[in-house]
Design a binder for this molecule. Sequence first.
Ligand code: ADP
Ligand code: MG
Length: 254
Amino acid sequence: MSEVTVLKIGGSVLTDRSKERTLKLREINRIAKEIASVGVRDLIIVHGAGSFGHPQAKRFDLDVPGKCSYETIIIHNVVKELNRIFIEKLAENGMLVVPVHPLNCTISREGRLENMMTDQIRLMLKNDIVPVFHGDVIMDRIWGRAILSGDQIVAHIAKCLNAGRVGIGTNVDGIMDGKKVMDVITPEEFCGVKKLLKGSKDVDVTGGMASKANELFKLAEEGISSHVFNASKKGLVINFLSGERNFGTIIRGD
Ligand SMILES: Nc1ncnc2c1ncn2[C@@H]1O[C@H](COP(=O)(O)OP(=O)(O)O)[C@@H](O)[C@H]1O
Ligand SMILES: [Mg+2]
């Protein structure tokens, strides 16, 4: 296996977060084409839930600890709809993709991912298959169930597979200090930068940029760098997959 690349596409990129269960179909098409056009090997894709999960989870109070209920399954099913549509578009562009539903292979403890089965992921990569994960509701040892963000999945899988490259496509130009994009953030700066980070402006149950960056800072402490960039801007997914570095924010792990 060569170097693993983990690419996350935010739910804010693939869906209209102002309206429940609303796709940005043109964007889904464009992103699928961009990913397929580069043809990176050993690629793992993760996507967020956007309006296929956040507003529903908020309505059912799934963002507070609680037992697994019928509503939990509704959220799982709605985010799977988005996963199916994204996968279909990737497949239409010639990619060999399979869905990976975290509910079936992952458990958490008090909201933190504790264990994920990854042997099947390694075998998929070995067979040139691209696994496509999504944010999900999963079984939690203590709470009963918990919401698992795509960002937590990225950090976990990148660490388990010792990823060479980690890209986080979102709907802003990177980690912002006011109106300015921060080009690079080094471990010495993590503490100070945390003060600049807030949640999402949309209905959100996973903490927006604050939680996203937190996961990436922890990943950096394990020695793995990541790159936050605007996947809503045409061409930037291609640029990331092609190895360009002169855009967005690099979170330095070394
Ligand atoms: N310092 C910051 N830099 C960038 N984005 C920030 C910052 N603080 C808060 N945000 C918010 O976080 C959002 C990105 O997180 P989120 O909405 O969860 O996106 P995604 O769908 O990619 O997970 C941005 O659109 C922005 O509103
Ligand atoms: Mg988010």
